[in-house]
Ligand binder design. Structure first.
Ligand SMILES: [Zn+2]
Length: 306
């Protein structure tokens, strides 16, 4: 996660993509509570690993007016809820770009996704002074609270970069850090095919070598190739589920609730890691039954159309 690479200006379509749904104010308290992950404060550091084939999608560094609207539509098409770790310098200041992105943040919330803090300037916290970190967090809290109504409880450190000092500052403010287990390398490539194939390799390797079959996926909604890769990844998972169904194996299950990965810190040291996700057996089996029913209908239709 090298910042200079991650922050390269992506090649983008010339015109901003309009937001197709009507813009509404985020006034609904329940929506805001969900978006801010209220209840998930002061948790252990989430790694996202799971031995179950459960996946949560997360998108960092946005919102970006030229790419995020397309992603929101794709997420709706696949019925997926995600977590957006936003960079607040995209939401604060003068100009049309900022105004549109502030509206876009509200749209993300309105569509039922969760917002997390990814700092203002995307610097690695361990390289900053304590005062500078505190100022960034105050600034981010102020802007996000103004837009969402409540400040987010989830935080993702830029570059995944942590230190005991930064962990303590974040814990003192009640943040829960969410890392990731499945990178897509989308900050190193510039084609949707590459993003999909890197994700597929990571998914396979983690399962084969470590028994980690699911977890938290990291993508960046600032890159057009990442946004284009998301539907391909979903199609890949759907076609895998057809094979897994035929083999009588556990299916991939895309979840939208970060609470599943959360564990309260409960007095443990700030950098203490949360255990890997394990859905209770009854919940897991119930969800798998739903996935199998979906897959049965979809996979048979696909086979019949060939
Ligand atoms: Zn980032």
């Amino acid at each position: 996660m090298v910042r200079s690479v991650e922050e390269e200006e992506p090649r983008l379509p010339a015109e901003p993509v309009p937001i197709r749904t009507p813009r509404v104010e985020v006034a609904d308290d329940v929506t805001a509570l969900h978006a801010a992950s209220v209840g998930l404060e002061d948790g252990r550091v989430i790694t996202g690993e799971s031995r179950q084939r459960v996946l949560l999608f997360t998108f960092d560094d946005g919102p970006e007016r030229r790419t995020t609207p397309l992603l929101l539509d794709a997420l709706d098409r696949y019925g997926v809820k995600a977590v957006f770790f936003v960079t607040v310098d995209r939401l604060d200041g003068p100009g049309n770009r900022i105004i549109e992105q502030r509206e876009l943040l509200k749209e993300i919330v309105r569509r039922g996704h969760v917002i997390g803090n990814h700092t203002v300037t995307h610097q690695q916290l361990p390289l900053m002074t304590t005062t500078a970190i505190t100022e960034e967090l105050d600034h981010a809290d102020r802007v996000l609270e103004e837009l969402v109504g409540i400040r987010p409880r989830l935080f993702r450190p830029p570059g995944g970069s942590r230190s005991p000092r930064a962990d303590r500052i974040l814990a003192d403010r009640g943040y829960t850090q969410m890392l990731w287990s499945h990178g897509t390398g989308d900050f190193q490539v510039d084609a949707a095919d590459d993003v999909e194939s890197i994700f597929r390799r990571v998914l396979d390797r983690r399962e084969r070598e470590e028994g980690v079959r699911g977890g938290i996926v990291l993508m960046h909604d600032t890159h057009p190739w990442s946004v284009a890769a998301f539907p391909r990844i979903m199609q890949m998972l759907e076609s895998r589920n057809c094979e897994l169904l035929a083999q009588g194996e556990e299916l991939y299950d895309v979840v939208g609730d970060p609470a599943l990965f959360y564990e309260a810190r409960d007095g443990a040291e700030p950098g203490t890691m949360a255990p890997s996700l394990e859905l209770p057996a009854a919940v897991h089996e119930h969800r798998q039954e739903l996935r199998r029913a979906e897959a049965r209908a979809r996979c048979e239709a696909t086979l019949a159309s060939r």
